[in-house]
Design a protein around this ligand. Structure first.
Ligand SMILES: *Cc1c(COP(=O)(O)O)cnc(C)c1O
Length: 456
């Protein structure tokens, strides 16, 4: 067998990306006030800001779009997708929403009340925000290994069962259900083992609590189980996914991830218990139960996307791309979170800029440098995103200074990854010339999106 793992598709439709000169990029970044979120996408060569809703759809998905039934109630497209989702998840009830955070909002509004507490490995930002908005405490209980970037562990997304059990004993009366994010996005797209899912489900059951999974990247998680968990080497991905779902009582999904579509999401529920309350909220917030927040054509694209997202050749290529970039970084002495996760690589900015003071935001500086050097857009996950300016003008800083490169699905080829590896190596070579930044203007919340910066 040849060693090279190729993209398991050929290209039928292309979208040009534009090479810019360094002088142009300098001007664009100045106009964006040194914040890559404010760049125009057409001024970016390789856009690795997020993997959410940014992937390429297949010719089968584009074909299915023409079959969308846009009837208000009872559309054919709803029943088609419902069958795909029932087969995959084994759950009876499918509730469509326009994206993942809407699924969370609808479910939590129906089920949670002020003063509740919901444990998870790590709550994703929108999950946490939706819970906290309702006055619910969102508690992270990922295993200790999951918080150490340089430590290699096959399932860094696992939940800490002993600590969750302690929480169930002490705070059980406040817990309406337990959650688990697969893969664990906040921890770098790290997978959760089947054994951990099974044991967590049993623990929740023992305490009489339903189990809700956040399944945005269920297919990538299933592939990691196949590659890393003894006993699953020869199990088809669909069967691994089905087993994962079999332990849960319900799930929320952003179809913009492993649904392989540009917009969409859903809730699935095993029993009728919460269904009426969920559908009432759905009608208020999203739409009639057979379309929720989606057009008929979007339901069709998702029905195809869910099947394509569990294709093993695709998943092997998908996980390999992240691993491959990791190997290239390792060879160039660039630090990153290990092992590489499913959808992203997180560069440790301190390994490139060890001498830059934290007050000059090294990860933000590196993010800017990647754009200036090669037109690559990543996102800072460091002290701009997680730090805060206090009322006395001082700052709190984040424990890690990372730059996340998140990969849209089926969009970039190996040469794009090779190019990126060269740009990163070049930036490391020239690290002495990289300039730090200071914040000129910032909003009170979520400051990374809109802050403006000056060079130090
Ligand atoms: C993206 C994401 C969400 C939210 O989904 P949106 O479609 O962006 O609203 C929730 N949980 C996880 C783990 C995610 O990655």
């Amino acid at each position: 067998m040849p060693k090279t793992l190729i993209e398991p598709f050929r290209i039928k439709s292309v979208e040009p990306i534009r090479m810019t000169t360094r002088a142009e990029r300098e001007r664009c970044l100045e106009e964006a006030r040194l914040n890559v979120f404010k760049l125009r996408a057409e001024d970016v060569l390789i856009d690795w800001l997020t993997d959410s809703g940014t992937g390429a759809m297949s010719s089968r998905q584009w074909g299915a779009i023409m079959e969308g039934d846009e009837s208000y109630a009872g559309a054919r497209s709803f029943y088609r997708l419902e069958k795909v989702i029932q087969d995959l998840t084994g759950m009876r009830h499918f509730v469509p929403t326009h994206q993942g955070r809407a699924a969370e909002k609808v479910l939590f509004t129906a089920v949670c009340k002020k003063g509740d507490l919901v444990p998870s490995n790590c709550h994703f930002d929108t999950t946490r925000a939706n819970l906290e908005y309702l006055g619910v405490e969102a508690v992270d209980r990922v295993i200790a290994e999951g918080l150490q970037p340089a430590l290699v562990h096959p399932f860094k997304g696992n939940i800490d069962l002993a600590r969750v059990e302690a929480l169930l004993r002490k705070e059980g009366h406040r817990i309406p259900f337990g959650m688990l994010t697969v893969t664990n996005n906040t921890g770098g797209g790290q997978p959760v083992a089947m054994a951990n899912i099974r044991a967590y489900a049993a623990l929740l059951k023992k305490h009489g609590k339903p189990f809700i999974m956040d399944v945005c990247r269920f297919a990538e998680n299933a592939m990691f189980i196949k590659m890393r968990e003894p006993g699953y080497e020869n199990t088809p991905i669909r069967d691994i996914a089905r087993e994962m779902f079999s332990y849960a009582d319900g799930a929320t999904m952003s179809a913009k991830k492993d649904g392989m579509v540009n917009i969409g999401g859903f809730i699935v529920l095993r029993s009728d218990e919460w269904l009426d309350a969920v559908r009432n909220d759905l009608i208020m917030m999203e739409g009639f139960p057979t379309y929720g927040g989606m057009a008929g054509r979007d339901l069709e694209a998702l029905a195809v996307g869910l099947e394509e997202g569990i294709d093993e050749d695709y998943l092997r290529y998908r996980l390999r791309t992240a691993e491959y970039l990791g190997e290239r970084l390792e060879a160039n002495g660039v630090g990153f979170v290990k092992p590489t996760g499913g959808h992203a690589v997180y560069i440790d900015a301190r390994s490139v800029l060890p001498d830059m003071p934290i007050a000059h935001y090294p990860a933000w500086a590196l993010c800017n440098a990647l754009y200036l050097e090669g037109g690559i857009r990543g996102v800072e996950v460091g002290s701009v995103m997680f730090g805060r300016r206090l009322d006395d003008g001082t700052e709190t800083y984040h424990a890690m200074e990372l730059v996340r490169l998140a990969f849209p699905r089926r969009m970039y080829t190996q040469s794009h990854f090779d190019y990126a590896a060269e740009v990163i190596a070049e930036v490391k070579q020239k690290a002495g010339q990289i300039r730090g930044v200071k914040i000129a203007r910032q909003p009170r919340f979520l400051r990374h999106f809109t802050s403006e910066f000056d060079w130090v």
